[in-house]
Each structure stands twice: as structure tokens, then as C-alpha cells.
Design a binder for this molecule. Sequence first.
Ligand SMILES: [Zn+2]
Length: 121
Amino acid sequence: MSRDGDRIVFSSGVGRVCPRCRKPEARCRCREELAAKKVPPGDGVVRVRREVQGRHGKTVTTISGVPLGSDSLRDLAAELKRRCGSGGTAKDGVIEIQGEHVETVMAELAARGYRVKRAGG
Ligand SMILES: [Zn+2]
């Protein structure tokens, strides 16, 4: 009798590392943790902030407090970058969009049902 049906094969290797807990995504428990708590990290308010970085004063728009796992956060970042027609990154739970896009980002997030607050100046 074949035992093949009982074998569990892990074929995908280590792959990506979770930016939140720094573990390989296969061992990451962030999503389960957040789901178990049933409340988003922080106070549930997404904060959008205009920041000036570096000595040349490059303006970026940062979005923090988004209650999403790393994959979903990357997806949201991609969508926001499209909306703003700009580049950006998503890491350590913070999305960063190049340029001044506070209004666009806030409108987009509000349309998706997030509680959004403008932070900083
Ligand atoms: Zn994680």
C-alpha cells in the first residue's frame, strides 16, 4: 500500500522573511496573533504623515498603524503607489510613498473603511 497520501511535503523553502517579526514567513505568527486579538495593533487609527527626509529635504508621505499583515500591507502599498503615481516602500508596518500625497492617501484609505488621521504638520 502506498503511503504517499500521508506524506506532507514542504516544497517552498524559506522564501521571504516577515518584516514585522523577522522570521521566515512559514514560521511567522503575526497574522494569527493579530487575528486572535481581534483588534488591530495600536489604536486602530491609521496615521498619515508628511515627512521631510535627508538633508536635501525630500518629501515623503508615510502611513503607519495599518492593521494588516506584511503581504496585505505590500498590496495596499502597491495600490497607493498607483493612486499617487509615485514610488514607495512597505516595511516594518509602515508604508512610505515618495512625494506629498497626504490628501490622496487619506481619501483612498477612508474609502476602504479605515479610520484615518492626519499626523504631524
Ligand atoms: Zn511576522
